[in-house]
Design a protein around this ligand. Structure first.
Ligand SMILES: *Cc1c(COP(=O)(O)O)cnc(C)c1O
Length: 402
């Protein structure tokens, strides 16, 4: 071979005796075929065959296989984000004239996607109360092709009775999809409790280091593989092996990270809940959390993400008091090694049932820092809140007098 050719033809070297524990990062758009006949028949390679980089590499298939086993499904697909997973999980199954029922406590971008894009395609979109199968039943009809769940609900943490919801959906022939990001497949397996499709934002706990965006869709039955695979191909949706290798690295420590975060969160929640300016702490493990009984029945554990409700007099000071945090960072994409805090509005994201509380919850995600330093941060935050409420109180009194 001439040098110029030599420079672009990858020589094959022996891999004999090289047996690493991890999978290589396979970068490829083109996949070469052994002859013209193999190329011509590439369409018959089946959903696990390799034909083009977009449709999978040994690296992406490795993570897909790991997730398929954890979720106990038939096949997993990787997509560029958790939100893409939600969108791609419902799109193949909805046509003009069909209806989707979406849980009212859904991840807000999914609500937006349903209202803007599914509605534009002629799909009827309605929302149901996560805690009322009766409400769901009233809204179900023969047009309903998909019931979308997220358990626990985004920010407000309602745990759904998934087996009951799935039975209702099945009675009209609708599929059930479930966003399982909070629990991860280590703590909940929706496909074993009636769901047909489960999505995960791998961006959160599963990758676990706040440096990659990815999502997964796992289907329960073989019959659901082709609709998802076909639509992803036509939309041109796929992920890189480099990003996938970051998720494969992160998932190896998922079990210890989740367990640690849940334990520390549990002790921090006790401390926070006892404060006089706190009106409640929402986490499925706490008896006051709506659906706590379903969490106890169906889940295998909890995670380190929870929300705090405040007394009315404290609300206006929460944002300023957050600036006292030294360890918690302020940010949105939870489930990483760093603890995060984010004030969240609720009312604008609820339509089936009005949110009865105030329009501010503080969502906290517990990471892997020193528990003592996190606890000290909580004390600093609550002290600042107390101080600000006390300072504002005399003004309130004066306002009443004059
Ligand atoms: C963050 C999140 C998503 C979206 O994940 P991205 O990868 O950020 O798009 C979806 N569902 C839930 C419940 C989430 O918390």
């Amino acid at each position: 071979m001439d040098d110029l050719t030599q420079c672009v033809v990858t020589p094959s070297v022996s891999t004999e005796g090289f047996d690493p524990l991890g999978v290589a990062v396979h970068r490829a758009s083109t996949i070469v075929f052994k002859d013209a006949a193999a190329y011509e028949s590439r369409g018959q390679r089946g959903h696990q065959g390799y034909s083009y980089g977009l449709y999978g590499t040994p690296t992406t298939r490795t993570l897909e296989e790991m997730l398929t086993r954890l979720e106990q499904g038939a096949r997993t697909f990787l997509v560029p984000s958790g939100q893409a997973a939600n969108a791609m999980a419902v799109l193949p199954f909805l046509s003009k004239g069909d209806k989707i029922l979406v849980v009212d406590t859904v991840y807000p971008p999914m609500r937006d996607f349903a209202l803007r894009d599914l509605a534009r395609l002629g799909v009827a979109v309605d929302f149901y109360d996560p805690m009322s199968p009766e409400d769901l039943e009233r809204r179900l009809d023969s047009r309903t092709k998909m019931v979308w769940c997220e358990s626990p609900g985004s920010t407000t943490m309602e745990v759904q009775d998934l087996p009951r919801i799935a039975a209702l959906a099945r009675s009209v022939g609708a599929l059930v999809g479930c966003d399982n990001t909070w629990a991860t497949p280590l703590n909940f397996k929706p496909l074993l409790h009636g769901a047909d499709i489960v999505t995960e934002a791998l961006t959160k706990y599963i990758s676990g280091h706040s440096d990659v965006l990815m999502g997964s869709i796992t289907v329960k039955d073989e019959s659901l593989i082709e609709p998802v695979r076909g639509l992803m191909g036509r939309y041109g949706i796929g992920v890189s092996s480099d990003d996938t290798s970051l998720v494969l690295r992160g998932i190896e420590t998922l079990g210890v990270r989740l367990k640690h975060s849940a334990e520390v969160a549990s002790r921090l929640m006790d401390r926070i809940a006892a404060h006089p300016l706190v009106d409640g702490v929402l986490h499925p493990s706490r008896p006051a959390c709506p659906g706590h009984e379903f969490w106890k029945r169906d889940f295998l554990g909890g995670s380190g993400v929870f929300s705090v409700l405040f007394k009315p007099e404290a609300l206006q000071h929460v944002s300023a008091a957050l600036d006292r945090f030294r360890v918690f960072a302020i940010g949105a994409s939870w489930g990483g090694t760093r603890s995060l805090a984010a004030p969240m509005p609720i009312k604008r994201h609820r339509t089936a049932k009005e949110w009865p509380g105030d329009d501010l919850l503080l969502r906290l995600s517990v990471g892997l820092e020193s528990e003592d330093e996190l606890a000290a941060d909580i004390v600093r935050f609550l002290s600042e809140l107390t101080l600000r409420v006390a300072e504002a109180a005399p003004e309130l009194e004066r306002g009443r007098v004059s």
